[in-house]
Design a protein around this ligand. Sequence first.
Ligand code: IMP
Length: 408
Amino acid sequence: MPAYVVMGAQWGDEGKGKIVDVLAEEMDFVVRFQGGANAGHTVIHGDTKYVTHLIPSGIISGNSINIIGNGCVVNPTALYEEMEKLRQQGITISPDKFIVSSAAHMVLPIHQYLDRVLNEKIGTTVRGIGPAYTDKVQRTGIRWERACDGSSEEAYREHLDFVEKVYAIVEKEEIKVLRNDIPELVKTVERLKPFVQDVRPLLAQAVKENSKILFEGAQGTFLDIDHGTYPFVTSSNTSIGGAYTGSGVFLNFDKRVAIVKSYTTRVGEGPFPTELFDETGETLRRNGNEYGATTGRPRRCGWLDLALLKQSCIINGFNYIVFSKVSCLSGFETLKVAVDYASDGSPVYQELPGWEEDILGYTDYDALPENCRRYIEFVEDFLGVSIGIVSTGPDRDHIIERHPIFIS
Ligand code: IMP
């Protein structure tokens, strides 16, 4: 059974959307298993740019069934707006092609409010992700099944009563506004009801029938609630374990694909050993257009951190790497990669010679400058995982496929 999982190996924004899109075209199922509208996946088809936050990227090619698993947190209004936007771009979204697990949790306006007032020091996306997962773990969350059994209005009212009691931080006036907004929320959820079901039997059947399945990770390994740079993390398991808890099926993933950006970026607060605060960091940001797809925030930029990536390979068992945004590294005289950390935590660098040539859109590995190939092969040797694809630009065709990604 051809089963793939694609995950970000660093702090997110590695360029998963493009590879997922290429894979998704051939899949029967594409599954999101964690996170919510904090993610932003950009897919470019010709002149058209699509940005998805919640809906699996497979919806764009339209060939697969796209599932939001139980491990996700889904804001009804954000979902509805995303669907409308994609429809305006000509994408068909129907209940036979897009399904939300009835066991996924809802993100409500109160969660967004709490995220704003409680989580400032993390630098979150303010999409209410942390507070929604808090409610899930606290067992006070609202699952999408409440949309199906018609009890969502009652659930929202009870939930606000609970929040009012527990969080002195929430202003009375805010609760009043949120209560008044409940009918509108119920209306939105009603519209989404046809898309909600228990997805576990469907996925179990898909596995049994040897369907082609792709699990699409969001964010990156070091934003994982357990394995990331806690507390500067997101609130879900972004690493491989999340694929299982967030979907409800066991799959022996044939391809465990790491998307590795050829340098490092991070949004929000938290440790970042190879961060650059100088002109070099600025150049990386400019070359890579490093601004958040969800929030527009400038991303922090730095050298590639192989010591960190080694850990990522251990956590996820990667057996295939997509090395992205290599074309953004042209023009540096030398490139540094962190291979270890000193006792004070600062990175130990190895320097590699850079290259001048613009390699945007290259599709032939042998045509790459020698130093570019040396950089790629150094990374591959260090991590002990083969770099199957080198991505040389934003377009779908800007790809060098060194080893086939599809299982024949
Ligand atoms: P939250 O997921 O909104 O709670 O944010 C927690 C941390 O994860 C913050 O540092 C965010 O910037 C970061 N984060 C969340 N989603 C993404 C993403 O898709 N890409 C990169 N960083 C993200």
